[in-house]
Design a protein around this ligand. Structure first.
Ligand code: FES
Length: 56
């Protein structure tokens, strides 16, 4: 599922970014560009990031 339409970032991509070392929403955002345009996806993307980091 696409979380960020502006940057074409999926929930899978967020999880993969966490798996490859990102440890915070800030890092996921910097790496994927998610949330850097309109910002509408930020809340959902943050939640997915938090859950992914927790389950690492
Ligand atoms: Fe993610 Fe617009 S949907 S920045």
């Amino acid at each position: 599922m696409f979380v960020c339409l502006c940057k074409g970032v999926s929930d899978h991509k967020i999880r993969a970014t966490v798996e490859s070392g990102a440890r915070s929403w800030r890092e996921v955002r910097a790496e994927t560009g998610c949330g850097t345009q309109c910002g509408k996806c930020a809340c959902v993307a943050k939640t997915i990031t938090r859950e992914a980091v927790k389950s690492e």
